[in-house]
Design a protein around this ligand. Structure first.
Ligand code: BG6
Length: 791
């Protein structure tokens, strides 16, 4: 019976077999829905069901519809395949069975398969739609193209739609795209440009199905409905951490060709999880129905996220994955895939409200359970002397539970020690009768729970929003690029890392547990499944920190990370020695990129550094405004000063800009700085001077050939650099050599040749300025990493 109906469908669709509200229909117009990839997996699982829901909702609204399943196969193959899919479409809950059967029959009649391969196929489709409109005397409302095809085909289809299949004047065009939208910033940018050649931004709907999940779509409404409770606690003083978690039991089998290219970070963190995170942390829009405002507020979060590097992530791969790769990609057994199937990433939002609050994103395949949630864990300042079961002794948390896991249904849960939340809207209800289960460590009875009265599918929800032209739950081009901008450096830095191998399921034990330490994340257990000698590279464990002599001064050498920690420790010890005697520590810091790792180390690990009693001076400065990224002070501020508790009046940037001009001799900037040093630093002797050395042997801003030893009694001088910006201000050798302690930090393979050469040359400050560093009565120590020392 269904087969017969379906074979009739083409003519019936053309005859406007749209429900029973034909009269009104003429008023609102006709909509053509085209699913490219209409017999593919996604269409089968979600899209035809979602469009059926749309049809049911809109059948009495006055629109008429035709649905086209597009594919590359010829019609005789595609038609039965589509029919099988449509036959399986089920009746959504809440629709009476008989009415649903009638509607399903209509839906089947309105759908047809079309081969959509060539430009002519799109022209034919266009002709067909226009002919239908004419024959039926219908006005066109719009065309919705859902591209459920691999991303490499997007630009081509968009081009064909643009050239051959745009709707008639006055009707809308909406083109829906599924992730992946590129695999890094650059490819996303190229794709955006290509699509932009054919489609306007407001014609594109980049879908992220997480934004259609009922709980996710209520994150903002819940925050608004409960603003009076949340406002006072939505900040760093109350929030302990924010988590977005998506655990899966499934593996990647069957989709390895896609997965191995992408991995878990590109597959779910870059999109679903970061989207949820922005909804949790963005500023609330004044008007929820202002799409633009919602999207802009979301975008702002991206610009405040701290950059992500290797230390902000741990990655893993389930043990059986590599064998799946061999099988599905026809690889030989010596092929090792580094694609992560598990990742935990910590990020920080650089605004005062969230200062220091870690935001953790965790996802993995083949874990012990399937569950997805976002949790805001609050600090609990109650100390329980007895009876630890009292609710006020327990963790305080707000949980957006997407589904699955113990609870099985989507819900928003608030622990009873926080507040009793207001219901979001009339489509949600409070749940008071529970099974005896635990949710995130607490019995469900410890929570106030609310859930949607009717559960709805994410795709159906988003399809409804596309139909009504609502854009706030879709990814704008700007948002997409901002997200890739965040993830690309992390992905690049992880490209050569080996993920930790985990067995899968319950056997993972605590192998994937991780610890948050400051801004960094690391696995708790030290397990190493792939020994380093089998995968190449060298282990830092094989090398100790070594001490020796270099240019007849002391030298410390180690792998970079250990070296930086050693220097930071020595620096702190020097500061503590001075401060414990009741003194003030005077520290002069160099610019350039070498010391950045030290600045970060100090900011993130040396919390007991006596900053309150430390004065920070500059070794040198470039003659640019301090606000510019080229400025040494700017870098120092970015990487150190803004993260530590140091009094404002202990900070001494060099006065390179006076009288609204840069480094003009007669403005006397160098002299001014010198007077400040003379006034505050006893005997003008800094306690510690940190120097670097350039490829040409320069140190501070003392360059070869610039009469480095000709500054006489001056402590500070204006100097010239052979590279831009040419003008500099610098401590002179005299000032450096008065210091109690001088450290010269040299790192990286690129400096190996220089290190070798310097080890041979005599002291000749005008040729090799760094050789003029010879503290008169203080100590000089070279800190050289293995790369620079051994090449
Ligand atoms: C998809 C990913 O986007 O999201 C899958 O490609 C992942 O790898 C899925 O399994 C998770 O979605 P959900 O709705 O099942 O949580």
């Amino acid at each position: 019976m269904f087969v017969a109906v379906f074979l009739l469908l083409i003519t019936l669709c053309a005859q406007g077999g749209n429900g029973d509200e034909g009269q009104e229909a003429q008023r609102l117009g006709h909509v053509s829905v085209v699913i490219a990839g209409g017999t593919g997996d996604l269409a089968k699982k979600y899209l035809w069901q979602g469009f059926f829901q749309l049809y049911i909702n809109q059948v009495s609204s006055g629109y008429t519809f035709c649905f086209y399943g597009g594919g590359l196969s010829p019609k005789d193959k595609g038609t039965p395949a589509l029919f099988e899919i449509l036959k399986a479409v089920s009746c959504p809950s809440g629709v009476p069975v008989e009415r649903c059967a009638v509607l399903k029959e209509q839906y089947l009649r309105l759908a047809q398969y079309r081969q959509l391969k060539t430009a002519e196929d799109y022209q034919d489709l266009d002709k067909h739609i226009k002919q239908q409109l004419q024959e039926e005397g219908m006005v066109e409302a719009g065309r919705l193209f859902y591209l459920s095809v691999p991303a490499f085909a997007y630009a081509d289809i968009a081009d064909k739609v643009n050239n051959a299949c745009r709707p008639t004047t006055g009707a809308w065009l909406r083109v829906v795209l599924e992730k992946p939208f590129g695999h890094d910033f650059r490819s996303a940018q190229i794709l955006a440009t290509q699509l932009g050649n054919s489609l306007k931004e407001d014609e594109m709907y980049r879908i992220d199905h997480y934004l259609g999940k009922q709980v996710v779509s209520k994150i903002l409404p819940f925050r608004i409905a409960n603003k009076k409770f949340l406002d006072p606690i939505w900040n760093k003083y109350h929030i302990d951490r924010v988590e977005v978690v998506l655990k899966e039991t499934l593996d990647a089998k069957g989709r390895i060709p896609f997965y191995d290219e992408y991995g878990v970070i590109r597959d779910v963190l870059q999109n679903h999880m970061i989207e949820v995170m922005t909804l949790l942390t963005m500023r609330l829009p004044k008007n929820m129905s202002n799409n633009q405002e919602v999207l802009q507020n979301k975008l702002k979060i991206f610009s405040t996220l701290q950059p992500l590097g290797k230390k902000q992530a741990v990655i893993g791969q389930y043990q059986a994955y590599n064998a799946e790769v061999w099988a599905e990609l026809n690889k030989t057994k010596d092929y090792v895939s580094r694609t992560p199937t598990f990742a935990a990433v910590v990020t920080h939002i650089d605004v005062a409200q969230y200062d220091g609050v870690p935001v953790v994103l965790v996802s993995g395949k083949k874990l012990d359970e399937r569950v997805g949630y976002a949790r805001i864990l609050f600090k609990n300042d109650v100390f329980c002397v007895q009876n630890h079961d009292s609710i006020h002794c327990k963790p305080k948390q707000l949980v957006y539970y997407f589904g699955h896991g113990n609870l099985q249904y989507p819900a928003i849960l608030v622990t009873k020690n926080l507040f009793k939340p207001a219901l979001i809207d009339s489509e949600w209800k409070e749940v008071t009768e529970h099974k005896d289960i635990k949710v995130l460590g607490l019995p469900i009875s410890d929570y106030y729970v609310q859930t949607p009265i009717v559960q709805k599918d994410a795709y159906a929800e988003l399809i409804a929003q596309i139909f009504s032209g609502r854009r706030d739950n879709f990814i704008s081009a700007e948002n997409l690029l901002a997200s890739w901008n965040l993830w690309t450096p992390l992905l690049d830095s992880l490209a050569s890392s080996f993920p930790r191998i985990y067995p899968g399921g319950a056997d993972n034990g605590n192998l994937l547990d991780f610890r948050l330490k400051g801004r960094e994340i690391s696995y708790i257990s030290k397990a190493v499944i792939i020994p380093p000698d089998q995968v190449g590279g060298s282990s830092t464990d094989n090398f100790q920190i070594m001490q020796g002599k270099y240019r007849s001064a002391d030298m410390v050498t180690a792998w970079t990370e250990e070296l930086i920690e050693r220097l930071a420790t020595d620096l702190q010890a020097a500061a503590e020695a001075v401060v414990s005697e009741g003194g003030t520590f005077h520290l002069a810091l160099s610019g350039g990129s070498t010391p950045l790792a030290l600045f970060q180390r100090l900011a993130q690990h040396h919390f007991s550094f006596p900053w309150r009693d430390t004065h920070v001076w500059m070794v040198d400065e470039r003659c640019v405004p301090l606000t510019e990224s080229e400025s040494n002070f700017h870098l120092l501020h970015e990487h150190l000063l803004q993260h530590i508790r140091i009094p404002y009046y202990n900070i001494h940037p060099m006065p390179v800009e006076l009288n609204q001009r840069l480094c003009v001799e007669e403005d006397g900037g160098a002299l001014l700085y010198e007077r400040e040093v003379n006034k505050l630093v006893s005997n003008s002797s800094f306690h510690f001077v940190l120097l670097g050395v350039g490829y040409d042997g320069h140190t501070a801003s003392l360059f070869p050939g610039d009469k480095v030893d000709g500054h006489g009694e001056r402590l500070i001088a204006l100097t010239e650099s052979p590279v831009k910006p040419h003008q500099r201000m610098s401590l002179t050798l005299r000032a450096i050599n008065r210091a109690h302690q001088v450290a010269v930090l040299v790192m990286g393979k690129g400096k190996h040749e220089l290190v070798t050469q310097l080890s041979r040359v005599k002291d000749s400050p005008n040729k090799w300025p760094v050789t003029g560093v010879r503290p008169t009565s203080g100590k000089l120590i070279w800190y050289i990493d293995y790369d620079a020392l051994l090449g």
